[in-house]
Design a protein around this ligand. Structure first.
Ligand SMILES: [Fe+2]
Ligand SMILES: [Fe+2]
Length: 312
């Protein structure tokens, strides 16, 4: 039986404005982040860019939308509440899947629900629940026919200046079991994670601390595609897994409207996944800004194929 599924991916929207920064939420890390936002990021992460990309995305009528974290900036309750309102504009929880980023889980939240505000977007659906492990929010599974989305949490509160992530030994063990169960059922596994999951993909101060272990889980248990954000760049890497290569695709921020160092302008990716007789083909179309003041246009179109082994 064949199935075609179109998944839209956007990330790192860093929704503006930063709201709700008060004495009640004062932390050194937030103060430094607040200064950084006003000095650097405020002028480049533009809400109108996100709105234009989401409006364009809606015209493409994807089957589902994945948002891989950094919805907000300082992890403030009012930012998170505003992000929930934004998510409702993107689509209902059964049409949009979210995993958190380090700017969403920025500091310890004590009694505040934090990113649990977005739980309806970060939980298994009825068809996927049987593949997840009850009692643990991550990884969760959303199944759509022969496609399974696996949501991983790689964000943890960290000390000021650092932006490191961590999946954790127990979540990695659960992820391995979930990938085995999904693979055993012959499903196409698409892993969603904020941090680049392979060693060496991020600078030391902003890397995934257990990238080696994450790579090992992917390598041993397999997946068909991994989508991530965090680096604000468009990248494709490959993770070897039992004679195959898993594409690991990173994406630029969906809100960047002005040039900022080497970060590309706002964009989203559309993955057209065709499953036929156990084989999956993935076609990527990227849409976004080619010019800061220009329209949303097609930026790239390609089939994602693993590199073939060098002969001789
Ligand atoms: Fe980000
Ligand atoms: Fe990030």
């Amino acid at each position: 039986m064949s199935q075609t599924f179109t998944l839209a991916h956007l990330s790192d929207v860093h929704l503006a404005p930063v709201i709700g920064f008060s004495m009640a939420h004062w932390r050194v890390k937030r103060l430094l982040g607040y200064i950084n936002w006003h000095r650097k990021r405020k002028g480049v992460h533009l809400r109108p860019v996100v709105d234009r990309l989401v409006a364009d995305l809606a015209t493409q009528r994807p089957d589902h939308i994945a948002v891989t974290g950094d919805l907000v900036n300082l992890g403030l309750p009012r930012e998170q509440a505003a992000a929930l309102e934004w998510l409702a504009c993107v689509g209902p929880p059964d049409h949009v899947t979210v995993v958190p980023g380090n700017h969403d889980i920025y500091v310890r939240m004590r009694r505040d629900p934090g990113t649990a505000r977005w739980q309806s977007y970060m939980q298994s659906n009825a068809d996927g629940a049987g593949y997840g492990e009850s009692g643990h929010p991550f990884p969760f599974v959303r199944r759509f026919g022969q496609i399974a989305l696996v949501g991983v949490n790689s964000a943890i509160p960290t000390l000021p200046v650092l932006a490191r992530g961590h999946v954790g030994r127990e979540q990695l063990q659960r992820l391995g079991r979930v990938l085995d169960a999904l693979g055993g059922a012959g499903l196409v596994r698409i892993v969603l994670i904020h941090y680049p999951p392979l060693p060496g993909q991020s600078a030391a101060s902003r890397k995934l601390l257990d990238a080696e272990a994450m790579q090992q889980v992917l390598s041993e248990h397999g997946a068909e595609l991994v989508l991530h954000g965090h680096n604000h760049t468009n990248t494709i890497a490959f993770c070897s897994s039992r004679g195959a290569s898993i594409p690991v695709v990173g994406i630029a921020s969906a809100s960047l409207g002005r040039r900022y160092h080497d970060e590309p302008l706002g964009r989203y990716n559309l993955y057209r996944v065709t499953v036929d007789g156990g084989a999956a083909k993935v076609d990527l179309t990227a849409r976004g800004l080619a010019d800061p003041d220009g329209p949303v246009v097609e930026l790239e179109r390609r089939t994602i194929e693993a590199p073939t082994a060098h002969q001789g």
